[in-house]
Write a protein that binds this ligand. Structure first.
Ligand code: UD1
Ligand code: MG
Length: 485
């Protein structure tokens, strides 16, 4: 591993006052992940000795976000600035030759850019190398003050700029490589001389430059990579860039995306060749789509696993469920967690399903609720059928065999079993098991009374008072001008 002599430090202890949020800044999501998680992920392939995340605000929650990725945490409490955060990390950094520093709120940085920065630092034998960027609007960022083409004199924070310095458009990304043995003596000389009384890591740069140490700044090839998230508007901008990256990834893998600017896809989603996403689709979590699927407009899939050739008609919601090859679902269907539609099954409009298995080629085409149900293959469930799985306290299962036909508007009161090849008469309330090949009929017999309706109408007509004529009523109204206002 090339970077085993380096420790990576990610600064993530701040509150993020400018976001006006009860959630710590680095836990805010952009592109489907917490900011700090994206930063850790960009660092993982560098193969450093360790990744240390400085935590403070909502330390437990931030730890929960980064520990599963193998990062170690150090508590900075209270937070006295980015330089203070580094001092707190001193023990964790130990004797590592190089210290790579990143802010936890700039999540777009890519591994390749970090590799290039480290390479420049090594080949330039620098004490510090800053990743900078040239931007159209530098406001809010620290500015790089160069003393010669290739070396840096200082970083000046936005709040401390002179009018002349305000024109500088090369900004500090807050991503740096330090030679660890040069960092500590420089930081020791930094004083909290700013309006927040904080120790700024940026001030260590001027200390090094004044001592005659080599301080380099490498300009990021794409300035968007260093965007920090200090405000809600920053978050929205960064989220958009992440989403665009993901859309491009899927399109180059052979997925058609119509009006891509309306489609939202989380980072871990995958999709096979020739799959088509219509406008306003959301693919979330760990959703995986096979080849030749069509996901029509307005559908939201979260942790959904789809085989090949699956059609999801408009406005369908699928959560934590599996759809095998050739399934057709929707429009306006909802699969709640734990549902599995086997090969060629069809679930139609206004059907809600929870924790249920629908066998091969079976159909639930219209207006049903199916919960805690196991259904065999090639069965057909009539419109409006409801499985009554809940008695107000407990949930009970319904079992439906193969080639069962359930007539429309039936209720199946669980626990109940319908055997293979059975029929359920329309409108039945089934409370007992129905054996294979039997007919289950549970509704009252129809009574028909000839002429009853006509007689009723005659009686009603005779008893109604005669209506006043409409014309007379209109004449009795006062003229408009004399009405009260
Ligand atoms: C910082 C830089 C600025 C740079 C910008 C790039 C300083 C003083 N300024 O400003 O030059 O242009 O980043 O985005 O470094 N943090 C801690 N402990 C603290 C304070 C902050 O861990 O005591 C963390 C924050 O959680 C955040 C990161 O450090 O993730 C940067 O802090 P932030 O307040 O966002 O600094 P900026 O004002 O953006
Ligand atoms: Mg910031």
């Amino acid at each position: 591993m090339p970077n085993k002599d380096a420790v990576i430090v990610i600064l993530a202890a701040g509150k993020g006052t400018r976001l006006k949020s009860s959630l710590a800044k680095v836990l805010h999501p952009a592109g489907g992940r917490a900011l700090v998680e994206s930063v850790v992920r960009a660092c993982l392939p560098l193969g450093a000795k360790k990744i240390v995340v400085i935590v403070g605000h909502q330390a437990e929650e931030v730890t929960a976000a980064v520990a599963p990725l193998g990062a170690e945490v150090v508590l900075q409490q209270p937070q006295h600035g980015t330089g203070h955060a580094m001092l707190v990390a001193k023990r964790a950094i130990g004797n590592a030759k190089m210290t790579v520093v990143l802010p936890g709120d700039a999540p777009l940085v890519q591994t390749e850019t970090l590799k290039a920065l480290i390479a420049t630092h090594r080949s330039g034998k620098a004490s510090a190398t800053i990743l900078s960027a040239v931007v159209a609007d530098p406001s809010g960022y620290g500015r790089i003050l160069r003393k010669a083409e290739n070396s840096v004199a200082a970083i000046v924070e936005d709040s401390q700029l002179t009018a002349e310095q305000r024109e500088l458009n090369e900004i500090n990304s807050s991503i740096y490589c330090f030679s660890t043995d040069k960092l500590w003596p420089a930081l020791a000389r930094v004083k909290p001389e700013n309006k927040h009384r904080e120790i700024y890591l940026t001030d260590a740069i001027a200390v090094l430059a004044l001592k005659g140490e080599t301080v380099l700044a490498q300009i990021a090839p794409d300035s968007r990579e260093v965007l920090g998230c200090n405000t809600r508007a920053d978050l929205a901008g960064v989220d958009r860039i992440f989403r665009e990256r993901k859309l491009e990834e899927l399109m180059s893998a052979g997925v058609t995306i119509q009006l891509p600017e309306t489609v939202l896809i989380d980072p871990e989603v995958t999709a096979g060749e020739d799959t088509v996403l219509e406008p306003c689709v959301q693919l979330l979590g760990k959703t995986k789509l096979g080849e030749r699927c069509v996901i029509r407009t307005g559908s939201v899939l979260n942790d959904a696993i789809l085989g090949d050739g699956v059609t999801v008609e408009p406005h369908t919601i699928i959560t934590e469920s599996r759809l095998d090859d050739g399934v057709i679902i929707g429009p306006f269907a909802r699969l709640r967690p734990g549902s599995h539609l086997k090969k060629g099954a069809k679930v139609g409009n206004f059907v809600e399903m929870k924790k249920s298995v629908i066998g091969e080629g079976s159909k639930v085409p219209h207006l049903s609720y199916i919960g805690d149900t196991k259904m065999g293959s090639h069965s057909n469930i009539g419109a409006g059928t409801i499985t009554c799985n809940y008695d107000g306290v407990n949930k009970f299962p319904t079992t439906i065999g193969n080639r069962v036909f359930v007539g429309s508007d039936s209720v199946l009161v669980a626990p109940v079993k319908i055997g293979d090849g059975a029929y359920i008469a329309a409108g039945s309330a089934i409370t007992e098991n129905v054996p294979p090949n039997a007919l289950g009929l549970a509704r009252s017999r129809q009574t028909t009374k000839p002429g009853w309706a006509a007689k009723k109408r005659r009686e009603q007509a005779a008893s109604f008072p005669k209506k006043k004529s409409v014309r007379k009523k209109a004449r009795s109204r006062k003229p408009r001008s004399r009405r009260k206002r």
